[in-house]
Design a protein around this ligand. Structure first.
Ligand code: FUL
Ligand code: CA
Length: 481
């Protein structure tokens, strides 16, 4: 009898349960798995270090002798450690900048570490950093400048073969690459193998980008390609580390190419974008991208960097913070110390999410609409970005109300959409319940992968969020800190 009961139990439960409803269908462009994994990294490091570090300039001409490159205490493990401690998830290295000097012993040029005194020409910075990243559990990416002021063939079709051969070396010999960075600065004065002239290129057509993208796809299918036009992720249109207050993760990508003049539109993206190309906010911790001793006292303040974090990660962007590694080959003490402080602030600001359903601070959480079983409002409060609260088809605006068990002091609100089904929210308003009355607290436009709002700390009895979307809402997480 007992055994029979247990045998039938699952069938009994199944018969009594509310039927599951299908999820909403996708709205507009959606991220690939690689783009989603990339977005979830949130905070990465950029490292500008090579010939310019030793000549103390930002853009070398390409005529610098390889003998100039000679770090005395290069330690990529120190870079990785500093980044890891700050909570970063990956590092992108300038393997070749506009001056053409290669940090790896490329088989296709004599303008590389192989011809420098560093480690008697047997060193390979790309190898050392990719190994260090592996050791510290960080992902590794490469910057390969399309513009090359050293190469004699720059501007001719032959250069493209050289450029692609180098790309193949980087994508074949150093393990998994999570991002490939193609800069938009292109053409102009240069050494060009001794020609010392100005060479302009047709930025839109010279590089034949589709062919180059195909190489990345073939050799590193999970790598995200950065450029003004994507296709993996896009430049945010400024070097201040700020995404637009409105930030769509899609753009009409056919309207852009690396170095295109309409780049200001990239700050906010396009609501009617044809492709999913999320924003990456690149900014340096110092005024320059490269190390200059005179800037040792100009490392950005903690307050400034915190603002950058909230205006990039907090505005649906990924933060790519640059560290200008110094002439020793180390992240300078001043930068390392500041980065540690920033990591501590981020950890502290998001230490306790008081609305996670497991916490006893929430008395009640209700939504004005719920799609049905599997999409209840509790899914937005469970600390798991794979589950979400969704509204019924046709219900494009809704509100969510959280009532606390007792008064809570709060100063941050985080919203996340389930972007696997597209970006939907176009406007939101936040209200705080104080002495039984709803007071307006904040408002905004897009949410996307993540939107964080900061406000003056206040005592609240509850919070209400009104959301307006372009289709049924899919909210994966709401966090209150
Ligand atoms: C720019 C470059 O010209 C700078 O030197 C730097 O590499 C920055 C990240 O991108 O376009
Ligand atoms: Ca969730």
């Amino acid at each position: 009898m007992r055994y029979q009961f247990y045998f039938f139990l699952p069938f009994l439960l199944f018969a009594c349960a509310k039927p599951t409803v299908p999820p909403p269908s996708a709205y507009g462009p959606v991220p690939s798995d690689a783009q989603l994994a990339w977005q979830q990294m949130e905070f990465n490091a950029f490292v500008h270090f090579n010939m310019n570090t030793f000549t103390n300039i930002e853009w070398g001409m390409g005529s610098e002798p390889p003998a100039t490159f000679n770090p005395m205490a290069l330690d990529c493990r120190q870079w990785a450690r500093v980044c890891k401690e700050a909570g970063m998830k990956g590092i992108i290295l300038t393997a070749k900048h506009h001056d053409g000097f290669c940090l790896w012993p490329s088989a296709y040029t004599e303008h590389s570490v192989k011809y420098s005194p560093w480690k008697d020409g047997k060193g390979d910075v790309v190898r050392e950093l990719s190994d260090a990243c592996k050791e510290y559990g960080l992902k590794f990416g490469v910057y390969l400048s399309p513009w090359d002021r050293n190469h004699a063939d720059y501007g001719k079709p032959e250069y493209l073969t050289y450029f692609r051969n180098q790309l193949r070396e980087l994508l074949t010999n150093y393990g998994p690459i999570f991002e490939v960075w193609f800069d938009g600065a292109n053409g102009g004065d240069g050494y060009y193998g001794g020609a010392n002239e100005k060479r302009e290129v047709d930025r839109q057509n010279y590089y034949d980008w589709p062919t180059t993208r195909q190489i990345v796809k073939e050799l590193q299918p999970d790598a995200v390609i950065f450029s003004d036009a994507g296709p993996g992720c896009r430049w945010v249109g400024n070097e201040d580390g700020f995404a637009g207050e409105t930030n769509w993760s899609s753009i009409r990508s056919a309207e852009f190419y690396p170095g295109s003049p309409n780049y200001k539109e990239l700050t906010s993206g396009h609501a009617d974008g044809t492709d999913w190309v999320p924003a990456e906010c690149d900014v340096s911790i110092r005024p320059g991208w490269y190390y200059h001793p005179a800037q040792d006292t100009a490392v950005k303040s903690l307050e400034k960097l915190t603002d950058i974090y909230y205006n990039s990660v907090g505005r649906n962007g990924l933060l790519l913070l640059n560290l200008p590694v110094d002439t020793r080959g180390l992240v300078h003490e001043a930068d390392a110390a500041r980065l540690k402080e920033l990591g501590d602030v981020i950890r502290r600001d998001f230490a306790t999410n008081i609305v996670e359903v497991s916490s006893s601070t929430v008395k009640k959480a209700t939504a004005s609409n719920e799609r049905g079983r599997g999409f209840e409002v509790k899914n937005a409060l469970d600390g798991n970005s794979d589950t979400y609260w969704a509204t019924a088809d046709g219900v494009d605006s809704a509100s969510l109300e959280i009532e606390f068990a007792d008064k809570k002091r709060v100063s941050r609100l985080m919203l996340q959409e389930y972007i696997q089904l597209g970006q939907r929210v176009s406007g939101f308003k936040v209200f705080a319940k104080q002495n039984g009355e709803w007071q307006s607290l904040a408002e905004g436009t897009t949410v996307g992968y993540k939107r964080i709002l900061r406000f003056e700390p206040q005592e609240v009895e509850g919070l209400k969020i009104e959301l307006e979307g372009r289709a049924a809402l899919c909210i994966s997480e709401v966090g209150v800190y």
